[in-house]
Design a protein around this ligand. Sequence first.
Ligand code: OAD
Length: 229
Amino acid sequence: MKLVVLTGAGISAESGLRTFRGHDGLWENEPIEAVATPEGYYRDKKRVRDFYNGLRKGLPQYEPNAAHVALAKLGDQLGDDFLLVTQNVDDLHERAGSKRVLHMHGELNQLRCEKHENHVFPFTGEEDETTRCPLCGASTRPHIVWFGEIPLYMDSIENALNHCEHFVYIGTSSVVYPAAGFKRIAHAHGAHVTCLNLEVDSDDSFTDTFVEGKASDIVPVWCQNFNTF
Ligand code: OAD
């Protein structure tokens, strides 16, 4: 595996989607405990479903930006040597043309059965208490990994991190684990680690290269140069 890419909310910021933390972040108005934990969901399912219904409904108005497009092109060029992992639950990587994206925190445009966690199906409408799993008829929940739940695809991701030559993380605050630990794993296995972010923490000892700037400016340039690495 030549390259593993991890993206976070910052890559979609210039498309108009709000990030989670910082000024005007999603978590400023909605308490994490209420809308992003299993406890919050079982306390008030309607509130949680409505929160994700709102985000899902808004998705079509946002368009992928140059950073999503550049990663899709690089993915085409590198084929099986490339893995794109995202913490984002939006569909902008797919709409930019990326073919295989591991959404480790789930996807807004999918629901999951409450009875069988492997019953996952596409959904673009408004979920409520009458929505049913098409496979077994049980009730549903958003296909979102909440705090306290195990992120998806971890075996594939860890395997790729253990064998990649380059790991780059883009537009993520690197505070939510396990994603925040990916740079340490890749670094420990000898990969070159790069951070692309609006603001970089150049004290980070697991990161070899920092590039500061807006994703739509710096990601296309980095992707072009990557082919010469
Ligand atoms: P955050 O909101 O924590 O961080 C966004 C990052 O994007 C910050 O480091 C910003 O500096 C950077 N950023 C903002 N605008 C940018 C731009 N135009 N170009 C480049 N970088 C930019 O979002 P995440 O790190 O993705 O999980 O958050 C991780 C997880 O926490 C999310 O997946 C979500 C959240 O709670 C769940 O809901 C399970």
